[in-house]
Design a protein around this ligand. Structure first.
Ligand code: GLU
Length: 436
């Protein structure tokens, strides 16, 4: 369920900033897409922005409830499903992952491999759609719609008028599908596949939906409700391809100047994902010559400048990950934040400060909500070594981040995840239990 921001005290400056952002983009250049007749009827002045945090808060401004078709922004999600269904190796045999520098609808394949160059241009997206399991277009689209709905946190539907309109003029995509079949990349009936691909592009969304979908990609494929809708390795593959190929023939310019993996659609939507941080969506129907929303691009450029959102701006999350303190001869390692390799290394460095001996040690993971596999294994190994050094180790792991693995001989003080709220740590009790 989408969480809306309810104000109890001050109004968060986030909302004011988003209004300011809308005001700052000025008047619009470009024209709405007209090769899909129904899109030519879109109100060109609509303007909206939404920013969603991975824990489910969505801030919006402008025409946030205006619905438009997802178009090419569906491509990353269909690609994710194709990988989940077929495995990455099979998908890579059919679709490459190289930026093409081509326009979205270019009729081109790699001359050597015969594969579409990436899943974000139409050739690759039609091939991804065909790799989604399902006996016909409706079955494949049903599964893509289900995935998008899970990510959006509400049941989405198809804009039938836009679908019919695009299908009646889909000659170019039809040509791409026949060409893919000629080179053996497409198994199945091209007309059925283009029908399915076109329906997938006609999923109706708002910026709220897209921002929330983007925030799930930002959170490694996990929804705010804890549903792992996209496996982390697939999520990473999708974001990598968005970063290098998401903005068609302006992908390089985009990655250097805006620095956020993104995907645009010809209805005027634009979705950006800053991994680990935020999902962003904008909507403004007039397009630039690359087929990207003119004011949408401007809003992202502005947000990058104002909010420092570039992917390549590094952070130093390790400095605040752990602190060690002592009480009555018991060393306590208090660990905070999400743990990956670099954070776990910092924690192990803290463990190494404890001189060998039988002094008790507490490892408190109460403020850790997620570890990746390597960080988890590093932590377990550190705990094992503390024990080998002679320490009596107690582990506080209310969220179960260490899983059910052997914890050396560290005793799990609280093994059951206490989900649903912050639980104060039990240090004083543990410390006195150890002393007593
Ligand atoms: N349905 C559109 C097409 O295939 C999507 C293109 C886009 O959004 O860039 O032509």
């Amino acid at each position: 369920m989408l969480m809306h921001v309810t104000m109890v005290g001050m109004q968060t400056p986030m909302i004011d900033y988003l209004h300011f952002l809308l005001d700052s983009v000025g008047t619009d250049a470009g024209a709405v897409a007209s090769y899909i007749p129904e899109l030519a009827h879109a109100d060109p002045d609509k303007l909206a922005v939404a920013v969603a945090s991975p824990d489910g808060v969505v801030y919006v401004a402008g025409d946030a409830d205006a619905e438009f078709t997802i178009q090419s922004i569906s491509k990353p999600f269909a690609y994710a499903l194709a990988i989940a269904d077929q495995g990455l190796d099979v998908v890579l045999e059919h679709i490459d992952v190289e930026p093409s520098g081509d326009a979205f609808n270019e009729i081109s394949l790699d001359p050597e491999t015969g594969r579409p160059r990436n899943p974000m241009i139409n050739a690759g997206a039609i091939a991804s759609h065909a790799l989604v399991r399902g006996e016909d277009a409706d079955a494949r689209v049903g599964r893509i719609l289900d995935l998008c709905s899970r990510l959006a946190g509400r049941q989405l539907s198809i804009a039938e008028d836009v679908f019919e309109s695009e299908l009646s003029t889909a000659d170019r995509n039809m040509a791409l599908a026949y060409m893919l079949r000629t080179v053996g990349t497409l198994h199945g009936e091209p007309t059925d596949i283009v029908r399915g691909y076109t329906r997938q592009c006609s999923v109706s969304v708002t910026v709220r939906d897209l921002a929330r979908m983007a925030s799930v990609l930002a959170a490694g494929g996990r929804t705010p409700d804890g549903d792992q809708a996209i496996a982390p390795a697939i999520n990473r593959q999708v974001l990598s391809v968005m970063a290098t190929c998401g903005m068609y023939d302006s992908a390089g310019d985009w990655l250097t100047s805006v620095g956020i993996p993104a995907k645009s659609g010809v209805a005027g939507g634009l979705m950006g994902v800053l991994p680990g941080q935020v999902g962003i969506a904008v909507f403004s129907p007039r397009l630039d010559p690359h087929g990207n929303s003119t004011r949408g691009v401007r809003m992202f450029e502005r947000m990058n400048r104002d909010l420092g959102l570039h992917l390549m701006d590094s952070t130093d999350s390790t400095r605040s990950v752990a602190r060690r303190w002592e009480r009555e001869g018991v060393a306590v390692h208090e660990v905070m934040g999400d743990l990956h390799f670099v954070e776990a290394e910092r924690v192990l460095r803290g463990f190494a400060q404890d001189p060998a001996g039988d002094a008790p040690v507490v490892v408190d993971l109460d403020r850790v909500h997620r570890t990746n596999d390597i960080a988890r294994r590093m932590l377990l190994e550190g705990i094992r070594r503390l024990h080998l050094d002679g320490h009596e180790v107690r582990i506080v792991d209310p969220w179960g981040v260490l899983g059910s693995a052997e914890t050396g001989s560290g005793e799990l003080v609280r093994g059951e995840p206490a989900r649903g709220g912050y639980v104060p740590t039990a240090f004083p009790d543990i410390v006195s239990a150890l002393r007593g």
